[in-house]
Design a protein around this ligand. Structure first.
Ligand code: FRU
Length: 483
């Protein structure tokens, strides 16, 4: 594989040829891992979802992109729109890193519809000559035609004095007469915080108010991608703490994507009142940088990057990496999120998942009257490739094992993920299969597990239920459309 110099990774896009881009796009399109109903890059690297919003009668979504390879290069925001949250169209224009405040990338941020324009607030990443870092918080307008107009100067120029330049990913919210921006930050003492800024207008002046108070004085060494959303008045804080102690939360991925739910939110003191303990947003192998937002009528939608920072994926060999999860509608049950993927417009025909073969383009739902024991295997017909889901009723656990499913991914962090469920009595789950990703929703979406897999060859599959120890279950299957 190509070795990239820093100069190559951060040179302006104009230095790359259209010919190269066409070649990379074809390579992605021809891949056996090319997804059929998940968002993936046309070429190169995809990471965080950005600017998820509803504007001009359409859903808008952007993703962090480096179009020229599966490496951390110069990031832009690629723009997608949808009318149903399942079929997404790549728009022609991207938010490009083309000013002096974002020479090394237009990093993550969020969007707010304002009249006939969408306001974007994001982080401009600048590297100095000796590779020092500078983070600017920038603003841009997007009109109904999808043209971007950047504000000429940064909204926030500097982090606070006792903070490092790891200061990014503004989540912008309108409340009362003010706009608030929640920013992930790393303090000079290497602790992770969320800093809150306030402005009377989105264009500023922005001034620092306080930290977000969420029950811990700090978490890990850095917090990335903070989101604050409200579900039935309850604040839900979704974020990515890096370097989090495993005493605070059990997790196995390099960095977790977590959430906290509160009783209420005090806007005067920026406090999540009576915060819950910390939960994993997704208990699978690959989910990070989830972005969530509230619609004008109070619904909450989220989408995550089905990938992890600092992790190699087999598709890197084909010069592309990353995908997004399905869009999930969020609701609350006590202090737990319920995640319901939006898939109505994806359903094609029903099929019999026990007697018919699968193509990794299906939705399969199982419902057990009693918590099962044993295992369910998704077995390839012409190779050893398989995904195994183990059930243990004594401990009420479900374990997903991707060890034998084709190429190795991040094995250093383990090849299984186990979740302990609260109910020992019953179990239902829905499994979404796409060509190189699965999403498993347990007990109505109270637990979600997402993971990539990279089978060695294109194949057909069958579901082996013979190890389920003759327990009664109902099962239904649906073929899914390509988007
Ligand atoms: C999270 C992240 C963000 C940053 C972006 C850069 O994955 O590191 O904090 O804005 O990716 O692409």
């Amino acid at each position: 594989m190509k070795t990239w110099t820093a100069i190559e990774r951060y040179q302006p896009y104009a230095h790359y040829s259209q010919h190269l881009l066409t070649k990379l796009e074809k390579q992605q399109q021809d891949s056996i891992w090319h997804l059929v109903y998940h968002i993936q890059p046309k070429s190169g690297l995809l990471n965080d979802p950005n600017g998820f919003s509803f504007f001009n009668n359409k859903w808008h979504l952007f993703y962090q992109s480096f179009p020229y390879g599966a490496v951390n290069g110069l990031r832009s925001w690629v723009h997608l729109t949808s009318t149903d949250l399942t079929h997404w169209k790549h728009e022609k224009t991207s938010l490009l890193p083309d000013t002096q405040y974002e020479t090394h990338g237009a990093y993550s941020g969020s969007a707010l519809p304002m009249g006939d324009q969408l306001f974007l607030m994001y982080t401009g990443n600048v590297r100095t000559a000796n590779w020092g870092r500078h983070a600017y918080q920038l603003g841009a307008w997007m009109n109904k035609e999808g043209d971007f107009y950047k504000l000429p100067t940064p909204l926030i120029n500097q982090p606070l004095t006792n903070f490092t330049q790891h200061f990014r990913d503004p989540k912008i919210i309108h409340h009362g007469n003010n706009y608030f921006a929640f920013l992930g930050a790393r303090r000079a003492d290497d602790t992770g915080h969320v800093l809150v800024y306030k402005a009377p207008k989105v264009t500023g002046p922005w001034s620092y108010v306080d930290e977000l108070h969420f029950g811990s004085s700090s978490l890990g060494y850095m917090i990335e991608c903070p989101n604050l959303v409200f579900i039935n008045q309850h604040p839900v804080f979704i974020f990515c703490p890096q370097g989090l102690s495993k005493q605070k939360l059990s997790y196995e991925n390099i960095y977790p994507n977590t959430y906290i739910v509160g009783d209420s939110f005090n806007w005067d003191t920026l406090t999540i009142v009576n915060p819950s303990s910390l939960h994993n947003f997704d208990s699978g192998f690959d989910l990070y940088a989830t972005q969530a937002f509230n619609t004008a009528n109070g619904e909450t939608y989220a989408i995550g990057w089905a990938g992890l920072p600092e992790t190699k994926y087999p598709s890197d060999q084909e010069n592309w990496q990353g995908s997004l999860s399905l869009v999930r509608k969020l609701s609350l049950q006590g202090t737990h999120l319920i995640q319901s993927p939006i898939t109505t417009d994806l359903i094609d025909t029903s099929f019999d998942p026990i007697n018919e073969s699968l193509d990794l383009q299906e939705k399969v739902s199982f419902s057990f009257k009693h918590f099962p024991n044993g295992k369910l295997i998704l077995q390839a017909d012409h190779s050893d490739n398989r995904l195994t889901i183990f059930f243990d009723s004594t401990n009420a656990t479900v374990k997903v094992d991707r060890d034998k499913f084709g190429k190795k991914i991040g094995s250093k962090f383990g090849t299984t993920r186990t979740v302990k469920l609260t109910s020992k009595t019953k179990l239902d789950f829905t499994l979404y299969l796409d060509k190189s990703i699965f999403e498993l929703y347990l007990n109505g979406g109270s637990t979600a597990l997402t993971g990539r897999y990279f089978p060695d060859q294109a194949d057909t599959y069958h579901l082996d239920t013979s190890h389920l120890k003759s327990q009664k279950f109902d099962v239904q299957g649906w073929r899914l459309k390509s988007i």
